[in-house]
Design a protein around this ligand. Sequence first.
Ligand code: FES
Length: 170
Amino acid sequence: MGCASVDTGSTRSRQFLKVNEILQRFNRDSRRLIAILQAVQDAYRYLPQPVLNYLATSLGIPRARVYGVATFYAHFSLEPKGKYIIRICDGTACHVNHSQALLDLVSEKLGIDQEKPTSDDLLFTVERVSCIGACGLAPVAVVNDLVYGQLAPAKLGEVLDELIRVEKGI
Ligand code: FES
């Protein structure tokens, strides 16, 4: 008989370590579900389905309620996202100022686009967003919390190169 890997109790508890900490922080209060989901997404960078199921059980509420909230808000993601979220504005002002060139640069450099938004190494996710209210700086991109205005593709390339250097320690 083959030697299958066993899902031991310790494997399971490691898997849910972060969510257990979050549940404790929020006193397992189901009325704070949105804040709990936000904390889970911050910790895992998305909402993994096993964690959502575990949340429902731990909070004593139906899975449908957890999934209902998780899928209602566009901010929440049930798909894994990269460590760096590159949001490229494609609102009118940015579009006429060549935001497509920024999207093309990201696609060429990182191999990610709307069809496949996250890189295989889970470092980068690209999102095309509508106006973020900084039209005077068009074209605009936001990488995590940093806003880059009047952004040329070459400059965005430098920003991405720097992040790759930091991540690879070179
Ligand atoms: S259209 Fe891009 S910031 Fe407004």
